[in-house]
Design a protein around this ligand. Sequence first.
Ligand code: ATP
Ligand code: MG
Length: 446
Amino acid sequence: MRLSRYFLPVLKETPREAQIVSHRYMLQAGMIKQASAGIYSWLPLGFKVLRKLENIVHEEQQRAGHLPMLMPTLQPAELWQESGRYNGYGKEMLRVEDRHGREMVYGPTNEELITDIFRSHVGSYKELPLTLYHIQWKFRDEVRPRFGVMRGREFFMKDGYNFDLTKEDALHAYNRHLVSYLRTYERMGLKAIPMRADSGPIGGEDTHEFLVLAETGESEVFYDSAVTDLHLGSRVVDYDSVAQCQAIFDEWTTPYARTDETHDEGVFVEVPEERRRKARGIEVGQIFYFGTKYSESMNATVDDGQGNKVPVHMGSHGIGVSRLLGAIIEANHDDKGIIWPEGVTPFHCGILNMRSGDEAADAACDAIYDSLTALGLEPLYDDRDERAGAKFGTMDMIGLPWRITVGPRGLKNGVVELTCRRTGESEELPPQQAVEKIAQIYRDIQ
Ligand SMILES: Nc1ncnc2c1ncn2[C@@H]1O[C@H](COP(=O)(O)OP(=O)(O)OP(=O)(O)O)[C@@H](O)[C@H]1O
Ligand SMILES: [Mg+2]
């Protein structure tokens, strides 16, 4: 992409409404534009990152054996009346009436809709286990939408639902989700810690929230610092293996890690003092096992093979895809702007032409652009006729992890400058070597 053809409405002034850095940078970098309180348009750069996160979530869910589908945003109120949540959900649920006077809701979550699909089509234990998920816009009429996409009213969420014959099977599904979530967040360059949490209105027995540590987080968290040393890395996981998923679950949930709702000072003091941490975190996901809560109220039963009709064991599992953009920026920025982790960056590399219009500089930039593209990478080339200072400012703000700077002086010596956004370190290299180095960096994270 050439910046002269892109739509990147970078703001010169600091937006006054933004209280936290991720919100400010998303506005300044021209990623989002507020439509109304807690509702945003995703401009090309923001949309590109949102799509990357969505793709990672899809890949990791499907790797775990979960099936993608798509349910609508508008749901009939009757299903919510049937489950008993219609009144309980309160003012957070946006209720609308269609022209025939039928009550509808803009889905805040999908337990009812998915249970209705399940009971209409599945009648036997032979069709289990089954996990279905989708990534769809949700609406919750939050009292205080704030922090940009972090606490929106309309937000993009992955929600998945498992259906199992027994509690043991459903707990395996729970563990499988935990593992797939760990992998998802790691690919996004995030450390998200599973913490024992409270189940709230979804109801249920077991639940963990995944928290990204950040001072601006809305949750208070308590943990053993040993948990932050854990990595899945390139471990190969067999998601069908009950033992493997259980072992990873145990590894991550043995060290103390709880949100304030379930925090227990009596247990916490058993953690060696030097490892005890109190911090703040952003909730980027949550997994639940809730047994037969919905299958009983909504009559989702299967034949268990011995002639009995039994309610299925279920769980639901969410990832806040749009909130993740904010969380990633909170965890990856400096005073000049965003610093994207390689796994989610909107463009792989920036090309900055110090002297647009100079024949040699233009030709070198075009050649670098073509080489990167031929290697399957997506560069963003700042070909605008602007001062170099303004170009550096834009590149720093939008946070591409790597930048190649091309100027007439370097070209005379046959070199360009390759700069790492995170460390600020630069090196001079022949253009082809700079391209090869970037290609290798992205090959390594595959
Ligand atoms: N208003 C929101 N804006 C953006 N993302 C949200 C919002 N509410 C929830 N999410 C994301 O969706 C995920 C799954 O939804 P869940 O029902 O667990 O939310 P929640 O526990 O009500 O969230 P919170 O406690 O932050 O209000 C959350 O972990 C979070 O990442
Ligand atoms: Mg939650």
